[in-house]
Write a protein that binds this ligand. Structure first.
Ligand code: ZN
Length: 148
């Protein structure tokens, strides 16, 4: 189990050191911004939605390690997904970070299970996901995310 914990810590560290899909997406046709004032985290998520799929995704922002690593991981998980698939992934992730329960299969999402012990940080972990779902469901330009 401690090996697994180490593995999951490595996932978070790795996403912090080498954020994936970071920066403005020039081809984006959807964008949403998330703000977590209690921690000072900010995250913008850019999507290029093609048909019913997320063809491209990026994030940009600043904040604590959890918020940035989670947003980076989120972009790798949501690329290529449909809106219902993205929502299902978010539901899984939300369950993990609020309950601390991890799925039977090894999943990068489970790297954030430890967050459940720090309720104030759950908003950090879900910030990027909220922005992504907001961008998916609202065809308009920049809109504020609705919090946790
Ligand atoms: Zn934070």
């Amino acid at each position: 189990m401690s090996d697994l914990t180490d593995l999951y810590q490595q996932v978070i560290l790795d996403h912090n050191r080498r954020p994936r899909n970071r920066g403005v997406l020039p081809t984006a046709n959807r964008v949403a911004h998330g703000d977590n004032p209690t921690c000072g985290d900010q995250c913008s998520v850019y999507l290029r939605v093609d048909g019913d799929r997320i063809a491209e995704i990026s994030f940009d922002g600043q904040g604590c390690a959890i918020s940035q690593a989670s947003a980076s991981l989120m972009t790798t998980q949501l690329k290529g997904k449909s809106a219902p698939e993205a929502r299902a992934l978010y539901d899984s992730f939300h369950h993990i970070v609020t309950s601390g329960e991890t799925p039977d299969e090894i999943s990068d999402l489970a790297a954030f299970a430890g967050v459940h012990a720090f309720p104030a940080r759950i908003k950090c972990a879900t910030l990027g996901w909220h922005a992504a779902l907001e961008a998916l469901t609202s065809p308009a330009a920049v809109t504020p995310a609705s919090g946790a």
